[in-house]
Unconditional design. Structure first.
Length: 110
């Protein structure tokens, strides 16, 4: 079982570990309905993979959701948005194309 973490914690820990003048690339997959970040890829070497995180739950503080993530690969995984409840599959390896985004608004993808 992996530890659940907030996005700020995940990114902050990686930034601290970067060498001087190092760059961190963060790719986010957002819900097409409420725009919550459902999945993250964090890497310092583009094209060589990195660490992957998937939204697992949300904590509501003062009416605002704070998502919790667990470390796992997300390509093509079925997911339910913890904020709005929309369900579907995350993209296989790239952000959704415009056509898929339009279809997903009809309830095909998350």
């Amino acid at each position: 079982m992996s530890l659940l973490q907030f996005e700020e914690t995940v990114i902050g820990d990686r930034r601290k570990a970067l060498p001087e003048n190092g760059r961190l690339t963060i790719r986010r997959q957002q819900c097409v309905h409420c725009h919550s970040v459902l999945a993250l890829e964090i890497t310092d070497k583009i094209g060589f993979g990195g660490e992957y995180y998937v939204a697992n739950d949300a904590i509501w503080l003062v009416g605002e959701p704070h998502l919790l993530y667990k470390k796992e690969r997300w390509f093509g995984n079925f997911i339910r948005c913890p904020v709005c409840g929309i369900e579907g599959r995350l993209p296989m390896d790239k952000p959704l194309s415009w056509e898929n985004m339009q279809k997903s608004r009809e309830g095909i993808n998350a």
